[in-house]
Ligand binder design. Sequence first.
Ligand code: GRF
Length: 197
Amino acid sequence: MTKRVAILLSGGGSNMVSLVDSMTGDHPGRPCLVLSNNPGAGGLDKAAARGIATAAVDHRPFKGNRPAFEEELIKALDAANPDIICLAGFMRVLTERFIGHYEGRMLNIHPSLLPKYKGLNTHARALEAGDAEHGCSVHEVTLKLDDGPLLGQARVPILDGDTPNKLAERVLVQEHKLYPAVLKRFATGDRSPVFYP
Ligand code: GRF
């Protein structure tokens, strides 16, 4: 049976585009909703242009009340009846209530070779550490931030003269390959990780 895939984002949505564009033909998933905490997110326009249902729950009026914000997010998501939820540049920390509600069916992409560099500024941190390589990871979302069972990882070499921006661009190219590959596998019920290269 086709899996309904909802995608959450906060910004430009390039990962969302790569996921949506991959869900054609014999792919087991189809997009059912693109949801943002940012009504001005460029990703919402890109989704709408692709004929996908979109919604926004602005987090700002809920300042200081994360549970109330999450209840609205849950309402919007559950109305679309998703089987799988993909976080794709969704920049809000989620609580136990939200994560528990979607346990076992929520994925996230993070721009580092987890367990290294959870949180923000991952590219600069990899450069500062003098690492030889960097990359991105897709994992199942559990209660610990940027943690949970690994579902895929793609590596890129760090080059002489790299800056955080240059490195981020090369990692993003890999994100756009890795996330669709993991989603396709996950949607068939296969949780074995994908590794690139
Ligand atoms: C990506 O680097 C993703 O790994 C991170 O946020 C960025 C989102 O980019 N969590 P986009 O909105 O998908 O273009």
